[in-house]
Design a protein around this ligand. Structure first.
Ligand code: NAP
Length: 291
């Protein structure tokens, strides 16, 4: 039995679909039962902040898909995901889970800002735990441009620090497909897998693709880091979080997410989806309503 956490999110909804297609036994842990019912699979209500509910959700489970929220503004020194996922790993080990597949982030490393530093801490804990584990380190999600996590100006233009920087965005469909392979193999999966889309695009190239898909002109605005921080703050983002985000984007401007890896094809046997394919599927309505 597989337990999917983060089942209502960008990756989770697609993983639920994939495991249903594969007809393997699984259940989804959700915080909101009504939201879970919409997934059309077995669900159990659980919250990472309530370890007893996670322990109950893990009854009879031998493989765990560990995925939760990304970085959030916080007053403390630690991202909430760290405490949540360390506890979930310990609970899973105590429950006899044999394999964990965790969603991390490409570039996870000690001392890094936001999700990259938080995931590094969780990865270290997982590596030391007495359980087989595989870590997915995806590039930026194409879905960010639907959820609003990709930044837009008040005029709907795409915002970035350096328009010329390339990012190998990945469709969460492909992350889910890789997770499904790792969760259903004969042997528990092990290793770290850097997952990217098939090509690295500039902000202007993405804006052009979004213009065509949205049926309205989407411009591309290049801002210095200080101006980017000020804009985020004006949008209500706390100043220290905005500064961290701008620093991260500065790294991206230096090419931290520009490489393309062959890992999706190696794991799934299929090429990762292009940005055009991702957008075309939205036009067909396949993903509308997911987020
Ligand atoms: N966005 C990117 O470009 C990117 C790139 C690389 C890696 N990542 C990583 O990918 C992961 C997923 O990010 P995402 O943006 O895809 O998130 P998402 O779509 O918002 O999904 C987050 C999921 O976690 C669930 N969740 C949140 N808090 C929870 C809690 N306390 N207990 C149980 N479940 C909880 C949410 O459930 P509800 O429906 O109840 O809220 C949702 O199903 C994050 O770890 C992020 O760091 C993101």
């Amino acid at each position: 039995m597989i337990l999917i956490t983060g089942a209502t999110g960008s990756i989770g909804t697609r993983l639920v679909r994939r495991l249903r297609e594969l007809d393997v036994p699984f259940r989804a842990m959700v915080r909101d039962e009504a939201k879970g019912r919409a997934l059309g699979c077995d669900v159990v209500v659980g919250d990472f902040d309530d370890p007893d509910s996670v322990a109950a959700a893990l009854a009879g489970v031998d493989r765990l898909f560990l995925n939760g929220a990304g970085a959030v503004p916080t007053s403390g020194p630690r991202q909430p995901m760290v405490g949540q996922q360390l506890a979930a790993i310990d609970t899973a080990v105590a429950a006899g889970v044999q394999a964990i597949v965790k969603v991390s982030v490409w570039g996870a490393r000690q001392g890094a800002k936001l999700a990259a530093g938080a995931h590094w801490e969780i990865e270290r804990h997982l590596a030391a735990a007495p359980v087989a584990s595989a870590v997915l380190q995806p590039s930026g999600f194409m879905q960010n441009f639907l959820t609003g996590a990709g930044a837009f100006s008040e005029n709907g233009d795409l915002l970035g620090i350096a328009g010329g920087a390339r990012v190998s965005y990945i469709d969460c469909f492909d992350i889910a497909a890789c997770a499904a392979v790792l969760l259903t193999g004969a042997e528990p999966a092990r290793g770290t897998f850097v997952l990217t889309g098939p090509e690295a695009l500039t902000q202007a190239e993405i804006a052009a693709r979004l213009s065509a898909a949205f049926g309205r002109p989407v411009g591309s605005l290049e801002l210095p880091p200080r101006e980017m921080t000020a804009r985020l703050v004006a949008q209500g983002v706390p100043a220290s979080f905005a500064a961290d985000v701008a620093e991260l984007w500065d790294e991206i401007a230096d090419g931290s997410l520009a490489a393309v890896t062959p890992t999706v094809r190696e794991l799934t046997g299929a090429d990762p989806r292009t940005f055009e394919r991702f957008l075309a599927d939205l036009d067909l309505g396949a993903d509308l309503g997911v987020r």
